[in-house]
Design a protein around this ligand. Structure first.
Ligand code: CP
Ligand code: NVA
Length: 308
């Protein structure tokens, strides 16, 4: 693996390798075992959208691995004043060991990777959010023991989260049911790929999608950049909520995950969120561990295993 641009580029073996390493790094951190595999390395973090979890977990993760992270808001670097991505990529490649970028267009992330000469990590685009889904898979495996025989259900907008969740679940052999309203479906090509696996169903029947699910997942109705559509979306998505009725359809021991930030009373009720706060905040914590594994694999070089 050279970059992490989308989960579609990762083989199931590469995903499992990241998850296993993430478990190990979590164990080491909890037990005070130092793991400074990235000593002397610098990660640049370009943000053109807001972030709490992604920014703080990447920055802390680099520090814990012995390296450092630079927060590069697009408001402050020349990119925000029109310097082309392809020039930014070639300049930053001369200083940094890797770049994490959160932005709108997936094509900008791809351009950064093709013009730069260092690993690029996608920290969310309008198209996908691979780092979040690695943490989600880690959390599901922690709670359920393995991926075998699981049913995953996503209720809501066919957005960046739906795209990456569908790919991540299917690559791990998990049955994936998506309930999305008409006109708000996930990416067409990804759905086609998912359907060919025989593991994907896409429906408008929320109860059907949630039936016997082991994991329920939702995300905001209006993503970053869609603020002006928020009122229209509130009407379209009114029924697409994880609430007590949806929980009734799922397995009694179903877990609930949310990438956060959450809008209580919209895509999830306050009661369900608070009843499942343990797993939702474990999931948020796992961003740190999963991303550290990604950083070690992409920035660590071939001798990392020798240092273990
Ligand atoms: N889930 C997630 O990516 O959170 P932030 O937007 O806070 O980074
Ligand atoms: N779909 C949301 C995810 C936030 C982590 C957004 O893009 O705003």
């Amino acid at each position: 693996m050279k970059h992490l641009l989308t989960l579609m580029d990762c083989s199931p073996e590469e995903i499992l390798d990241i998850l296993n390493l993430a478990d190990q790094l979590k164990y080491e951190q909890k037990n005070g075992i130092e793991h400074k595999y990235l000593a002397g390395k610098t990660l640049g973090m370009i943000f053109t959208k807001s972030s709490t979890r992604t920014r703080v977990s990447f920055e802390t993760g680099m520090y814990q691995l012995g390296g450092q992270a630079l927060f590069l808001s697009s408001h402050d670097i020349q990119l925000g004043r029109g310097e082309p991505i392809r020039d930014t990529a070639r300049v930053l490649s001369r200083y940094l060991d890797g770049i994490m970028i959160r932005t709108y267009k997936q094509s900008d992330v791809e351009e950064l990777a093709s013009y730069g000469s260092i690993p690029i990590i996608n920290g969310l685009t309008d198209y996908c959010h691979p780092c979040q889904v690695l943490a989600d898979l880690m959390t599901i495996r922690e709670y359920k023991g393995s991926f075998k025989g699981l049913k995953f259900c996503f209720i809501g907008d066919g957005n960046n989260m739906a795209n990456s969740l569908m790919v991540g679940m299917i690559k791990m052999g998990v049955k994936c049911a998506l309930a999305c309203p008409k006109g708000y479906l996930p990416d067409e090509a990804l759905m086609q790929w998912g359907k060919e696996s025989g593991l994907l169903t896409v429906t408008q029947d929320i109860q059907e999608a949630a039936r016997d699910a082991d994991v329920l997942y939702t995300d905001v109705w209006a993503s970053m950049g869609q603020e002006q559509e928020a009122e229209t979306r509130k009407k379209v998505f009114r029924e697409y909520q994880i609430n007590a009725r949806v929980m009734q359809a799922a397995k009694p021991d179903a877990i609930v995950l949310h990438c956060l930030p959450a809008h209580r009373g919209e895509e999830i009720t306050e009661d369900v969120l608070e009843a499942h706060a343990k797993e939702i905040f474990d999931e948020a914590e796992n961003r740190l561990h999963a991303q550290k594994a990604v950083l070690v694999r992409l920035l660590g070089g071939p001798d990392v295993e020798g240092k273990r």
